[in-house]
Design a protein around this ligand. Structure first.
Ligand code: NAP
Length: 283
């Protein structure tokens, strides 16, 4: 079994982005810019945003956070997005999910210009993904693809099972696999006989959010196992997979923590850089 070391690859990617950002600044006088909009006081969101800001600072991406109380109106939030849409120094805009329940998240996100939709969650970028004309791709799924590429794990013609169909992970990831010629099955809470399906997987991805959801008997001998889940048990972070048992059967497996998680932020940084490069081309 080989461990898919997302932590090391993410470090490599961040260093690469830092060099490219320095180079862009020196040659073109462009500093990539990211605006993060956060609403309310969700503690996990606060930590995620802090980590994103810190990562940007490390690679010299200019990042700002606009934080609003949850009493903000929908129109004020849209006005803020429109402001950043026009702001030349900002290449990427992201609205930290989840928004408080009274907001229609997809409607809010739809106001971000497609060319600044750094998370790739807007309808424009999702449409391009579906049409196999990928543009900005969501950071977690793209980070997974980068991890597979780094370890030279073939995707074409493989049976891939993705468990979870969220807009941020399962759904876009499944389409990315399809665009890379895999045979893809998407499973979710209404799927019947899950074990029969997972046992067919050459590449098995779990993005459910339940500890020990995938047990060893659900995994084919030699499968590549990607665990997206982040679950907290007694102050410890674990994934969806029973790691210790499954690692005996898997050919490759991501640890949690240290697998998919670190790739997400590294990929976000790369996305901001790529959008800044487009700004340069349009200049
Ligand atoms: P989510 O929106 O809650 O989606 C969970 C998915 O799991 C849903 O599609 C749901 O099906 C499916 N599901 C629930 N119970 C199931 C069951 N019994 N059998 C099969 N499928 C089932 O979660 P998410 O935002 O995609 O995140 C999933 C996990 O990944 C969470 O632990 C999250 O913290 C983690 N995550 C990690 C990263 C990272 O960077 N590592 C990034 C994002 C998320 P339905 O659609 O039918 O409800």
């Amino acid at each position: 079994m080989v461990l898919l070391d997302g932590k090391s690859l993410a470090k490599e990617k961040r260093e690469e982005v830092k060099k490219k950002v320095e180079d862009l600044k020196e040659r073109e006088k462009i500093v990539p810019g990211l605006a993060i909009i956060r609403v309310g006081n969700d503690p996990a969101s606060e930590i995620y945003v802090r980590n994103k800001l810190k990562a940007c600072e490390e690679v010299k991406i200019h990042a700002i956070e606009k934080h609003f109380d949850e009493s903000i109106s929908e129109q004020e939030l849209i006005d803020c997005i429109e402001y950043f849409n026009k702001e030349e120094t900002i290449d990427g805009i992201l609205v930290q999910s989840p928004l408080p329940k009274n907001f229609d998240e997809q409607k809010i996100i739809s106001h971000i210009l497609g060319s600044k939709d750094v998370d790739g969650f807007g309808i424009d970028n999702l449409g391009h993904l579906l049409a196999n004309q990928e543009q900005v791709l969501a950071a977690t799924p793209l980070g997974i693809i980068h991890l597979l590429e780094k370890y030279e794990i073939p995707i074409a013609s493989k049976n891939v099972v993705v468990i979870g169909r969220s807009k941020i992970v399962g759904r876009p990831l499944a389409i990315m696999f399809l665009n890379r010629d895999a045979t893809v099955t998407i499973a979710h809470s209404k799927t019947k006989n899950l074990k029969e399906i997972t046992l067919q997987a050459d590449i098995l991805v779990s993005a459910v959010g339940r500890p020990n959801f995938i047990t060893q008997d659900m995994v084919k001998e030699g499968a590549v196992c990607i665990d997206v889940g982040i679950n907290r048990i007694n102050n410890q972070v674990v994934g969806d997979m029973d790691f210790n048992a499954i690692k005996e059967k898997a050919s490759f497996i991501t640890p949690v923590p240290g697998g998919v998680g670190p790739m997400t932020i590294a990929t976000l940084l790369e996305n901001v850089y790529q959008l800044a490069l487009k700004r340069k081309k349009e200049k």
